[in-house]
Design a protein around this ligand. Structure first.
Ligand code: GDP
Ligand code: IMO
Ligand code: MG
Length: 434
């Protein structure tokens, strides 16, 4: 460390939570910097499956202080539910272990109602959001009328702020013909939540910088993925924040001088949930095999929404772009075990767009929709690889597949996961350089 930043290299759900879980064993602080409970991070420890939406995955490591950074949008009621859920599973959560940035913005039921109304109004062009109110909350933030977590310190004033925000949102909801909210009861529920969450509030910018000056290791846990970034993703089929490297620094208030590693977590095939272009998307048998039936928790069904994820071959054009946007120092490649048993595997190495071959994603959604992947084909492998713990334990075909990813991206692969369990990880001693 001192600062290691974990970023989703594709469309989210790459396995960031489990990569963070692995690295968090060495971390003093684990901090989320963007998004809200649109995220769903799964960590499997022993026989238990933990699903985190707002709380950093580092909470499962007792020594780690966990931070919800200023770049996040937080639904206080859902945060309390998550705290309760984790406590019931035996996780120690107290204000000494969990800090909420006073500058983070709050999600209200009005944001959630507006998210649904916006999606309905978009009709067939709906983004396929998680309906957690994320877009409307960031809109209020940048429109300079959001409510920040720090407001929860003064319960009376906070209640009034919430009441006014709901009343004002009701005017917009009325225009959409959507159901109106009861401002008074929302305010009461939010004051209740504020009362419980107040002890967790902190100036986390100050806290993190104090820790860094004292030599702490800080692990930054990205949410979503680079291709969902509001600037760098396939706009408008994106989330409303910057889940990329810039968002990590801005979303925590830390400087670049401390950053030692930026690790892009990439699934060894592609998945996307929600609408928008996905050049390597498949349907039929291969997609179904990649997705799984839904019987296993790691199958490709949304952690937050339960929606089946769209699946396809690995897209190295997108991955290279993701490497450019974030400047990864290394990649963590996940779910390699899922590729066992395929006769052959494919990686998109370029696109054909309107008869022209390109090796970079076109910068408009319309052109990206027309992009036809140009594939390289690789022999598959039969063996179960879930017990592999070193690179040399992998079949040659799997080694070659991984080496080619490193080459195509010109970024070394530092970690490889071969199953959802904590130990099902290969950490490259000699990083797989290109
Ligand atoms: P995140 O949002 O990036 O944290 O990813 P999710 O938790 O939404 O989705 C990744 C899913 O894949 C989770 O259920 C993980 O437990 C699972 N997973 C991660 N790495 C591996 C792996 O190497 N093999 C298998 N089979 N599952 C994995
Ligand atoms: P993690 O952290 C996958 C997608 C939604 C939708 C778009 C906008 O688990 O990787 P939003 O609710 O953010 O306005 O939705 O972004 N999306 C995710 N997809 N993983 C996520 O998080 C996502 N968070 C948002 O499906 O397409
Ligand atoms: Mg997820």
């Amino acid at each position: 460390m001192p600062v290691t930043i974990i970023i989703g290299a594709q469309w989210g759900d790459e396995g960031k939570g489990r990569a963070v879980d692995w690295l968090a064993a060495q971390a003093d602080v684990v901090a989320r910097f963007s998004g809200g409970d649109n995220a769903g991070h799964t960590v499997y420890v022993g026989d238990e499956v933990f699903k985190m939406h707002l709380i950093p995955s580092g909470i499962l490591h007792p020594q780690a202080l966990c931070v919800l950074g200023n770049g996040m949008v937080i639904n206080p009621v859902n945060l309390l539910k998550e705290i309760d859920m984790l406590r019931e599973m035996g996780v120690d959560i107290s204000p000494s272990r969990l800090k909420i940035s006073s500058k983070a913005h709050l999600i209200t039921p009005a944001h959630i109602a507006l998210d649904a109304a916006n999606e309905k109004a978009r009709g067939k062009d709906a983004i396929g959001t998680t309906l957690r109110g994320i877009g409307p909350a960031y809109l209020d933030k940048t429109g300079r009328k959001g409510i920040r977590a720090g407001e929860m310190r003064d319960l009376e004033a906070f209640g009034e702020l919430i009441r006014q925000a709901i009343q004002s949102a009701n005017q917009t909801l009325a225009q959409y013909d959507a159901d109106l909210l009861d401002a008074q009861s929302v305010a009461e529920a939010y004051v209740q939540a504020a009362h419980q969450l107040r002890p967790y509030l902190a100036d986390t910018t100050y806290l993190l910088n104090q820790k860094l000056k004292a030599g702490a290791n800080v692990l930054c846990e990205g949410a979503q993925g680079t291709l969902l970034d509001v600037d760098h993703g396939s706009y408008p089929f994106v989330t409303s924040s910057n889940p990329t490297i810039g968002g990590a620094l801005a979303g925590l208030g830390i400087g670049a001088r401390y950053v030692q590693q930026v690790i892009g977590v990439a699934k060894c095939f592609s998945t996307r949930v929600g609408s928008g272009p996905m050049p390597t998307e498949l349907d039929g048998d291969i997609a179904n095999r990649l997705r799984g039936t839904g019987e296993n928790f790691w199958d490709e069904y949304g952690t937050t929404t339960g929606r089946p994820r769209r699946c396809g071959w690995l897209d190295a054009v997108m991955l290279r772009y993701s490497c450019d946007v974030n400047g990864y120092t290394s990649l963590a490649v996940t779910k390699m075990d899922i590729l066992s048993g395929f006769d052959e595997l494919k990686i998109a190495v370029a696109y054909e767009v309107d008869g022209v071959q390109v090796d970079y994603p076109p910068d408009t959604v319309a052109a990206l929709e027309r992009a036809k992947p140009i594939y390289e084909t690789f022999p598959g492998w039969e063996q179960d690889i879930t017990n592999a713990r070193s690179f040399s334990d992998l079949p040659l075909a799997a080694q070659n597949y991984l080496k080619r990813i490193g080459e195509l991206c010109d970024v070394p692969i530092a970690m490889i996961s071969v199953g959802p369990e904590r130990e099902q990880f290969i950490v490259m001693e000699q990083v797989l350089a290109t």
